[in-house]
Design a protein around this ligand. Structure first.
Ligand code: GLN
Ligand code: ZN
Length: 766
């Protein structure tokens, strides 16, 4: 029989209830019991909602309190020594400390450093990185998965519990023992998984979902070989049937391996691995079911149900419909909860969107169609939406299309090579050695945010809003002058978010009211939507930059978000290639660069903090991405004249494997995050002999701490020993919008002081 399933549902709640609960609990405003009860209710609501939507297979344990990788770490008792766990049941306090470095009530104490956090594959969700070592006292230490299964069961809902698989958990962990392979832990953790699976079976679970997304990455031979061994050990009498889930990328070389694994069902991502679907269907043993992830868990467009049905039918013809499951491509946690919350969008645009709840409806409709039930009305309605969007004039703008087809590679070239540009810029813009600057934003005070909100709500006039922002800019400029910075910024007070701000100024973009997606902890992001051809209607930043420049004799740096980052941090249209959308963004920024320059702005920064995260998961797809991403950046910067200095900024990045492309961007100056890694990132730039200017961050802005001047000096000295000082800039790691003035002001004074001292030292040496 055809069944329907999702791999996971957003846990944040339709109104971010999870965030509120977490923050109240962490700050001690509610006791632990209230928190427990609150999240149990939230979980139960989701289960009931899925049940009432008519979904066959409802996941449980897909809503961790903090993070599913952390839950797996807790389950396996892989608790690093510094958390002081000595066996026995794990308290929520320990889990909190591992996640956040602090449990409610821990105030003031130094605490143990939290686990590191990093991006979950190519999503914007961050997981907590397991710390692996042979010393870990591994044992089944946390039974949340069983408790959550029972909780649902007792409410009358049969669920399929979700676990992260042992190989993904191990391979996403880190170890600092150079000659030790964490796979050595397998013989100790597989029995724990067996124990857990046995307990789930005993509690009534007939099936489980085990996620092994590393099957969609390039595997080393040992890991690949371990799969068959591990999964043979996880099946048998008295254990639930396993659905093994892969997603996010094609299986590529792992296709044959995956199809041969001894599991009851295989789940594949039919969007990212669509070309492989038929091969998999054919290669799968007759006893194995196939779960086809046909509804996109990574994007928000209403699915073309007729087309989906056509593809599903083709698979059913191969394997027989009794072996088919219709599913979401991955967990729905990467999309917002419910389109019905988007009351600000017009009906047409809203009809194009499908968030988690709507995606479940789509899956259920597809399932009913395949079961032979009549869904003619739903399909007709869907077909009208799909054709409406395809033919809409809001999507297709002839002027944009014309410009794209006339694009030529000349537009990617600055007027001269870096060396010549550097000379022209020095002449146009006398700056000291080791110039000091910031990355763009200054503290966003409650007052600034309130002013923006009131303006948005129509409570204050445009003129009043403008005046308030100009006041802020004036103050920010004065403060920077007083601190003694060399290149100033306007402070970005008018920007709620570095992508959304530009989205609001480009046609083809829409912003949502409630389209939140979890990023980490209680932090959610609200990516704007790109639904149509992108066109700049008028200058977006020029007035603010011009005003700021009029307040000072020092150069003010114009601030733009780059095309790749805008693409990466938005929900992007699915009716054209990503690179085509990126190119449209690039032209919009290109025009803004030209306008800033014409308004007398001599330095323009084009931020690309998401440049690296756009890198495809699969090695064989990377160069293609890097080529078009570099080309788009160069189009954006390419309108600048030789004497205009183009900066870019990247943070949280590993540069080693993409350094050639970073150099290809050919920005005159790049600022990067380096302070926390003690300038280790700079090694890549040195080894590559990176030719242009670099501003390695010397001030870690992720912490409220004010680093002493000596500490920054140490970092700057190190930077100057790796990179010729003539090309070194001095700046923080990133923007300062999340910090307070009390921290920023002294820290920047230290930064300026440290640059001055280093200049003196360098002058004495020569
Ligand atoms: N210019 C932006 C800021 O300073 C850059 C932010 C970022 O890198 N994420 O806020
Ligand atoms: Zn940054």
């Amino acid at each position: 029989m055809v069944t329907t399933a999702i791999l996971g549902f957003p846990r944040i709640g339709a109104n971010r209830e999870l965030k509120r609960l977490q923050e109240r609990y962490w700050s001690g405003r509610i006791p632990e019991a209230t928190f427990s009860q609150g999240i149990a209710e939230l979980r139960l609501n989701h289960l009931k909602q899925l049940q009432s939507l008519g979904l066959d297979i409802i996941p449980s344990n897909d809503a961790p309190e903090y993070d599913a990788m952390l839950d797996t770490t807790l389950m396996l008792g892989a608790i690093p020594e510094r958390f002081g766990w000595s066996g026995g049941p794990l308290s929520r306090a320990i889990a909190c400390r591992m996640a956040r470095g602090q449990a409610p009530g821990d105030q003031g104490s130094d605490g143990a450093a939290a686990l590191e956090m990093t991006k979950w594959f190519d999503t914007n969700y961050h997981y907590l990185v397991p710390e692996l070592s042979p010393r870990l006292a591994l044992q089944w230490a946390d039974d949340s998965v069983v408790r959550r299964y029972r909780e649902a069961r007792d409410a009358g809902i049969a669920t399929r519990p979700v676990l992260i698989g042992p190989l993904t958990w191990l391979r996403l962990g880190k170890s600092d023992l150079p000659d030790w392979d964490p796979l050595a832990l397998l013989p100790r953790i597989v029995p724990i998984y067996r124990e857990v699976l046995g307990a789930l079976w005993a509690a009534g679970a007939k099936a489980v979902q085990i996620d092994e997304p590393i099957l969609a990455t390039d595997l080393d031979a040992d890991t690949a070989a371990a799969f068959a061994r591990v999964y043979a050990q996880l099946q048998g009498d008295g254990l639930p049937a396993i659905t093994l889930a892969t997603y996010f990328a094609p299986l590529a070389d792992n296709q044959t391996l995956v199809c041969g694994l001894p599991v009851a069902e295989l789940h594949v991502d039919a969007l990212r691995g669509g070309d492989e679907l038929e091969f998999v269907a054919q290669a799968l043993p007759a006893s194995t079911r196939l779960s086809v992830g046909i509804i996109d868990g990574r994007n928000i467009w209403t699915a073309d149900l007729a087309q989906s049905l056509f593809r599903l039918q083709a698979i059913a013809d191969i394997i027989g419909s009794e072996r088919l499951t219709v599913a979401s491509s991955c967990s729905l946690m990467h999309v917002p909860v419910d389109v019905r919350g988007e009351t600000d969008l017009d009906d047409e645009l809203r009809s194009w969107l499908s968030f988690a709840v709507q995606k479940v409806e789509e899956i259920v409709t597809l399932g009913r169609a395949l079961k032979g039930e009549s869904v003619a009305v739903a399909l007709a309605h869907n077909a009208a939406i799909i054709t409406g969007r395809r033919d809409s004039q809001r999507v297709h703008r002839p002027a944009v299309q014309q410009r794209m087809s006339a694009a030529n590679s000349e537009e990617e070239q600055r007027g001269a090579a870096y060396a010549q540009r550097a000379q022209a810029q020095t002449k146009a813009l006398p700056l000291p050695l080791l110039p000091t600057t910031t990355i763009g934003s200054f503290p966003q005070t409650a007052e600034i945010r309130a002013t923006r909100a009131r303006y948005k709500a129509g409570e204050i006039s445009e003129a009043d809003y403008r005046a308030a922002m100009e006041d802020e800019i004036r103050t920010v400029i004065q403060r920077q002058e007083a601190i003694g910075l060399d290149v100033l910024v306007h402070g970005e007070a008018e920007r709620n978010d570095m992508v959304e701000y530009f989205g609001e100024h480009l046609s083809g973009f829409a912003t949502t009211r409630n389209g939140w997606v979890l990023s980490y902890g209680s932090r959610c992001v609200k990516p704007p939507l790109i639904y149509g051809d992108l066109e700049r209607q008028r200058p977006m930043t020029v007035d603010w930059a011009r005003f700021a420049q009029a307040c000072t004799d020092k150069p003010v740096k114009g601030m733009l978000t780059g095309p790749v980052t805008m693409l990466q941090w938005s929900f992007v249209r699915n009716d054209q290639a990503r690179q085509d959308t990126c190119r449209q963004l690039a032209y919009a920024i290109r025009d803004e660069v030209a306008d800033l320059e014409a308004a007398g702005i001599a330095i323009i920064q084009i931020d690309e903090p998401a440049f690296r995260e756009g890198l495809p998961i699969r090695q064989h797809q990377r160069q293609d991405y890097l080529d078009w991403a570099v080309s788009c950046f160069r189009v954006a910067a390419g309108s600048a004249q030789v004497h205009t200095q183009i900066h870019t900024h990247m943070c949280y990045s590993e540069f080693n494997d993409i350094i050639a492309s970073i150099a290809d961007l050919d920005a005159d100056v790049i600022s990067i995050e380096t302070s926390r890694s003690h300038m280790e990132l700079l090694d890549a730039f040195r080894d590559f002999s990176y030719p242009n200017g670099i501003g390695p961050g010397v001030y870690d802005i992720h912490s409220p701490r004010v680093p002493p001047k000596e500490e920054m000096q140490e970092l700057l000295r190190k930077a100057c020993s790796l990179i010729p000082p003539e090309r070194v800039w001095v700046n923080p790691d990133c923007g300062l919008k999340t910090r307070k003035w009390e921290e920023v002001e002294p820290a920047l004074r230290h930064l300026v002081g440290c640059a001055q001292d280093c200049r003196l030292a360098l002058a004495q040496r020569s």
